[in-house]
Design a protein around this ligand. Structure first.
Ligand SMILES: Nc1ncnc2c1ncn2[C@@H]1O[C@H](COP(=O)(O)OP(=O)(O)OP(=O)(O)O)[C@@H](O)[C@H]1O
Length: 257
């Protein structure tokens, strides 16, 4: 299985560099949470990794190949992405949205085969959105829409899934459900999921690895426990008046016996 790597990557906009000399590796079978304050550059990094945005310098490679040189359809079979961009199509049904995930596999008229139908249904089931399968996107709550987008990414059945704040609109139970689902998918399929998120407690509980982004600092990577122990997480979330005690965060969520 291939890895997704960055080689001396610089990301940003026009002449504004947000992070430079970034060398990261996303390996198969990992749930990685990208954490950092508002505006630090998480979305920018994620979009650059997904080839939705050109790097300022350096490159992103999938296996041995720079992603900029991989055919778009081939790339869409390896890397799935959910951004926070609004999509129009309010008249489309949830099932139709999830079916879009099969687009890289279907023929030019987009005809679904049995395998496509199975993947679509499995994704709908896993995200527990059967009850809104026929609802139009324009009628969904923000949280329901977010789950439908995750289902679309699952239906795409890629080795890597990159998601920008996929749980921002979900309540506490649904957030937990989503992170548990990500963790299950990884255990069962050896896929790799990179999630940009502000869910510190869930990331500490479920992530195999955290990527911590801070302003004008190198990105720090490591297991949640190691980064807590080293004080790296507290460092990026400093507050003038308050302290965040992370020692309890990992035990806040426990699996029932
Ligand atoms: N299209 C753009 N053109 C110029 N600057 C941009 C653009 N999009 C984002 N930025 C700037 O780049 C920086 C990083 O933004 P980005 O959206 O990547 O941060 P983020 O970590 O995802 O933030 P948040 O947690 O608030 O979603 C910010 O200073 C932002 O203002």
């Amino acid at each position: 299985m291939n890895s997704l790597r960055t080689n001396n990557l610089s990301i940003g906009y026009d002449h504004k560099i947000i992070a430079k000399e970034v060398n990261l590796e996303l390996n198969p079978g990992k749930l990685v949470c990208l954490i950092g304050q508002n505006g630090v550059g998480k979305s920018t990094l994620l979009r650059t990794l997904a080839a939705l945005k050109e790097p300022i310098a350096g490159e992103v490679t999938f296996g041995m190949e720079p992603i900029s040189q991989i055919d778009r359809r081939d790339l869409a079979r390896s890397i799935g992405v959910i951004t926070t961009d609004k999509i129009g199509m309010s008249n489309m049904s949830v099932r139709e949205l999830v079916a879009l995930g099969r687009f890289p596999y279907t023929n030019w008229i987009g005809k679904e085969e049995e395998e496509d139908r199975l993947k679509i249904q499995e994704s709908i089931d896993r995200c527990k959105i059967n009850y809104i399968e026929n609802a139009k996107l324009g009628q969904l709550s923000d949280g329901q829409f977010q789950k439908a987008m995750v289902a679309r990414a699952l239906a795409q059945d890629t080795q890597f899934i990159l998601m920008d704040e996929p749980t921002a609109h979900l309540d506490v139970v649904n957030r937990l459900d989503m992170f548990a689902l990500f963790s299950d998918i990884i255990t069962q399929t050896q896929k790799s999921i990179l999630v940009s998120t502000h869910e510190l407690d869930l990331s500490l509980q479920f992530a195999d690895e955290l990527w911590l982004m801070d302003f004008n600092q190198p990105i720090v990577c490591g297991s949640p426990q190691r980064l807590i122990d080293e004080g790296a997480i507290s460092k990026i979330f400093h507050h003038e008046e308050y302290e965040i005690d992370l020692s309890v965060a990992r035990s806040m969520i426990r699996k029932k016996k």
